[in-house]
Design a protein around this ligand. Structure first.
Ligand code: FCB
Length: 450
C-alpha cells in the first residue's frame, strides 16, 4: 500500500479559463471583453500578445477533452465567458454562446469527465466596464442575472459551480495596482470593488439555490504570509498582509465581517457598509475553492505603501519563472489555517501549478522535470493535510495547456501540454504523463521518486 492514497472519489482535474485558452473572442455573436480591449492598448501585455487565438480551445475543445480522457482525468474546471452569453453584459441573451458551452459540457459528460464551471474568471464584458465595472454597485445585479441565465441553461448537466475566480486579484490588479483592466489606481474604489464582488457572488449563490443542483462555491487565491522576524512590528505587518490578501474575502463570507485591519489600511477611504449587505454576503456556500501557488515572507516597512509591508525575497531556494518561491509547506499551512479559522467546510484545490521554461523536446519528449517535482512536492503536502483531517475533495492542476498568462502573454508556460503556436499541435510534456499516473493511481504513485 502506498502512503499517498487519496480519499475515495477524489477528483483529479485540470483547470483553464475562457480568455486564456479559447481564442475566437468575438465568434458566434460574442461581445468584446475587458481583456480583449486591454490587450489592444500598447504596452499592456508582454510582446503585444493577445487572446485572439490563444489555444484555439473554442474550436478544438473536443480534441482537448479527448486528451483529458486519455490522461485519465475525472474533472475539468473551465470558465464561461460572460460576453459570449451577454454581448453587452446585460439585456439580450446570445443563445449561440450558451450553445457552445452546452457542446463542451456534453462532450465532457460523454467522456465521463465532471464539469466544474466558473462563472467569472476576470473577463468582464467591455460594455459593463464602461459603466464602471465592479466599482458600480449595480454590478452585483448584472452578475446575478448572467449567473441565473447560465445556471438555468446548463444546470441540469453541471453540478459543480464556482461564482468568482480570485476576487482579490480582480480588485488589487484591476483597481489598485492597475496592471489588469480597467487599469485603475484608486484606493478609494478598492473597498467598494471588494464589496460589490462579494455581493455579486452571494446573489449568484441565491440564483443557484433557486434553479441549480449540486454544489456552488467561491474560488480564492491564498498566499500565506510569514513574518521575517519575531519582532512585534514584523508580526503585525504579516497579519496586515494576511488580512488584505487572505481574510478580505473569507472573513465576510464565512464570518460576516471584514477584518479590522482593512479599515486601518484604507484609513479615510473605508466605507461604512450596510449591515443588510453583510448579511447577504454571508449566504452559505457548499465548498471553498483554493488556488495556491506560493508564499510570501514580509517585514514591516513604513515606506511599503498603505500596508506598510515589504516582501522579502528568499535566496538559495527554488523559484518558478513567475519569480514565485516553490514552497509546498505553505499549502499545508494554509489548509490548516482555513480549517482552524473557518471550520470544516469542504475544500477543492482549484488551481496549483508552476511556470518553468521548458527544455527543448528531444525525440519529441519535453522533459519538464522541475514541473514534475513541483507537482509531486505539493501533492505530497496536500496528502499530509488530508491525513491531518482537512476535508479536500479534489485537485485541479493549472493548467492543461500552455496558455495566455495575462500580462505575461505566452511568455510564461504553466501547461502539462505544450501548444505549438503555429500549428496548434498539442504535445504532452513528461509532467502530463506524471499527472496521469497520479490520477490513475489516486495518488499512490507519489510514493515513488520520479
Ligand atoms: C491565477 C489565475 C489563473 C492563472 C494562474 C497562473 O492567479 O487564476 O488564471 O493565471 O494564476
Amino acid at each position: 500500500m502506498s502512503r499517498y492514497e487519496f480519499p475515495e472519489r477524489f477528483l483529479w482535474g485540470v483547470a483553464t479559463s475562457a480568455y486564456q485558452v479559447e481564442g475566437s473572442p468575438l465568434a458566434d455573436g460574442a461581445g468584446p471583453s475587458n481583456w480583449h480591449r486591454f490587450c489592444r492598448q500598447p504596452g499592456r501585455i508582454l510582446n503585444g500578445d493577445t487572446g485572439d487565438t490563444a489555444c484555439d480551445h473554442y474550436r478544438r475543445f473536443r480534441e482537448d477533452v479527448a486528451l483529458m480522457k486519455a490522461l485519465g482525468l475525472s474533472a475539468y474546471r473551465f470558465s464561461i465567458a460572460w460576453s459570449r452569453i451577454f454581448p453587452e453584459g446585460k439585456g439580450r441573451t446570445n443563445w449561440r454562446g450558451i450553445a457552445h458551452y452546452q457542446a463542451l459540457v456534453e462532450t465532457l459528460l460523454e467522456h465521463g469527465i465532471r464539469p466544474m464551471a466558473t462563472l467569472h474568471h476576470w473577463d468582464l464584458p467591455a460594455a459593463l466596464e464602461d459603466l464602471g465595472g465592479w466599482a458600480n454597485r449595480d454590478s452585483a445585479g448584472w452578475f446575478a442575472d448572467y449567473a441565473h441565465t447560465v445556471i438555468r441553461a446548463l444546470g441540469n448537466e453541471i453540478d459543480l459551480w464556482a461564482t468568482l475566480n480570485e476576487p482579490w486579484v480582480i480588485m488589487d490588479a484591476g483597481y489598485v495596482s492597475g496592471v489588469h483592466p480597467p487599469g485603475h489606481r484608486s484606493l478609494k474604489d478598492a473597498p467598494w470593488v471588494t464589496h460589490n464582488l462579494l455581493r455579486a457572488h452571494a446573489l449568484a449563490v441565491q440564483a443557484f439555490r433557486a434553479d441549480g443542483r449540486g454544489q456552488i462555491g467561491l474560488v480564492v487565491n491564498l498566499e500565506p504570509k510569514y513574518a521575517l522576524t519575531d519582532s512585534r512590528d514584523d508580526r503585525a505587518a504579516a497579519e496586515r498582509a494576511h488580512a488584505y490578501m487572505n481574510r478580505q474575502y473569507l472573513d465576510p463570507v464565512l464570518h460576516g465581517a471584514y477584518p479590522d485591519e482593512l479599515a486601518e489600511i484604507s484609513a479615510l477611504h473605508w466605507p461604512s457598509f450596510e449591515s443588510e449587505d453583510l448579511r447577504l454576503i454571508q449566504e452559505p456556500i457548499d465548498y471553498l475553492g483554493i488556488n495556491y501557488y506560493t508564499r510570501a515572507v514580509v517585514r514591516h516597512d513604513p515606506s511599503g505603501g498603505p500596508l506598510e509591508v515589504t516582501a522579502v525575497p528568499q535566496h538559495g531556494v527554488e523559484h518558478t519563472e513567475m519569480g514565485w518561491e516553490v514552497y509546498p509547506q505553505g499549502l499545508k499551512d494554509v489548509l490548516a489555517w482555513v480549517k482552524a479559522r473557518y471550520g470544516d467546510i469542504p475544500l477543492y484545490i482549484t488551481e496549483n501549478g508552476a511556470a518553468f521554461a521548458d527544455p527543448e523536446g528531444e525525440n519529441g519528449r519535453i522533459d519538464d522535470t522541475r514541473r514534475i517535482a513541483y507537482y509531486r512536492s505539493h501533492l505530497r503536502a496536500l496528502h499530509e493535510a488530508i491525513a491531518q483531517g482537512v476535508d479536500v475533495r479534489g485537485y485541479f492542476a493549472w493548467s492543461l495547456l500552455d496558455n495566455f498568462e495575462w500580462t505575461y502573454g505566452y511568455a510564461r508556460r504553466f501547461g502539462l501540454v505544450q501548444v505549438d503556436p503555429l500549428t496548434q499541435r498539442r504535445i504532452p510534456k513528461a509532467s502530463a504523463g506524471f499527472y496521469a499516473e497520479v490520477a490513475q493511481t489516486n495518488g499512490a504513485v507519489l510514493d515513488r521518486d520520479y
